[in-house]
Design a protein around this ligand. Structure first.
Ligand SMILES: CNc1ncnc2c1ncn2[C@@H]1O[C@H](COP(=O)(O)O)[C@@H](O)[C@H]1O
Length: 336
């Protein structure tokens, strides 16, 4: 099967983690020429073929490196356009890109950051089969006012393509119960919500999981260390699941390899109660495109062409985009 040609939906992709190493390298070359960076070449810091980032090495890669390189308007525009182009070339027809609003001192406010990305998206949407919307992320390390600021920005720019709010960041830090008022305001503003859920065993306590479920998320991501009673509740509510195979395997977030991934359990031979949206998470770091994720699923879980099409089309029901977009996707995506 040609997994690249298969029209696909991507619902869990972090902007800064989706930038290819080649693109980071190009940004670095330009900055180096102008004497604007002391950082090392991305192709040395993140060598081609290195994907074994774990939860200890992964998060500092952003705070200590990628944010240091993508630190002005030009690099934000260049990298965002490159990410959109990469998803389009991989056969993605609908993308919900997510990013944490980031002020860049002496360059951009958080609002500039968000509107710059929205302009890139709007220009891309005008000329491409790929249609993209934006989700704003709250980082677990944020405080409540910072989280509320993300909701305010999302509400203000909703008509320009923001569809929801995400809770992400290092799963071993932060206190999720802090964010109850932020999720309440997101819901009352009519924004959809998704939450990184049960990513790390050490912080996945029943208390944290039930607190997250009390925020009534429309979708949840990763969904790894989940006790049976929580699984039953997820199934009862039919929450959409964003599952990221390669990320979980490379970062050793699961035990075993591809064939041991909990995709098998949730998909359940096509009988699972919840929609599974296969996603890449951070293709720039873990190196597996969405078409490759579909190929891995076919290979390790024995899905044939018909089932692969069902899996891909299934995600239509859990996008945060509008009914009109769902109709476009129903017409575009393969039935068999
Ligand atoms: C294992 N997978 C993951 N789990 C949790 N949070 C993740 C993540 N992958 C990425 N992020 C979050 O997204 C930020 C980078 O993109 P943006 O600067 O927002 O575009 C990271 O700093 C982290 O907070």
């Amino acid at each position: 099967m040609d997994f690249k040609a298969l029209p696909k939906i991507e619902l869990h992709a972090h902007l800064s983690g989706s930038i290819s190493r080649q693109c980071l390298h190009e940004v670095w070359v330009q900055k180096k020429k102008r004497g604007e960076t002391e950082l090392e070449d991305p192709l040395i810091v993140m060598p081609e073929g290195k994907f074994d980032y774990n939860l200890d090495t992964f998060f500092p890669l952003f705070s200590k490196y990628i944010y240091g390189l993508c630190n002005d308007r030009d690099s934000l525009i260049y990298t965002t356009n490159s990410v959109l182009q990469d998803f389009a070339s991989d056969g993605v027809v609908y993308l919900e890109l997510r990013t944490t609003p980031r002020a860049i001192p002496s360059h951009m406010t958080k609002e500039d950051y968000v509107s710059t990305i929205l302009s890139c998206i709007s220009a891309s949407n005008a000329t491409s089969t790929l249609k993209t919307t934006l989700i704003l992320s709250i980082d677990r390390r944020n405080d409540l006012p910072t989280a509320q600021e993300a909701i305010t920005l999302a509400t203000k720019h909703r008509s320009h393509g923001i569809v929801g709010i995400d809770l992400c960041g290092d799963p071993t830090s932060g206190t999720v119960s802090l964010f109850a008022p932020a999720f309440a305001s997101a819901r009352s503003a009519g924004l959809k919500t998704t939450i990184h859920f049960a990513e790390a065993p050490q912080t996945t306590t029943p208390d944290e999981l039930w607190t997250m479920l009390s925020y009534q998320p429309d979708r949840i991501g990763h969904v790894i260390n989940v006790p049976e009673d929580v699984k039953s509740e997820i199934r009862r509510r039919k929450i959409g699941l964003e599952l990221c195979l390669s990320c979980n395997v490379h970062a050793r977030m699961i035990t075993g390899s591809f064939g041991d991934h909990h995709f098998g359990e949730w998909w359940d031979g096509g009988r699972g109660e919840c929609v599974v949206a296969l996603s890449t998470d951070d293709v720039g770091v873990f190196g597996s495109s969405l078409s490759n994720e579909y190929s891995l699923i076919a290979q390790h879980f024995g899905l044939g062409r018909q089932e692969i099409c069902e899996l891909a089309r299934g995600a239509i029901d859990v996008i945060f985009g509008c009914e009109e977009e769902k109709e476009r996707l129903r017409g575009l995506m393969w039935k068999e």
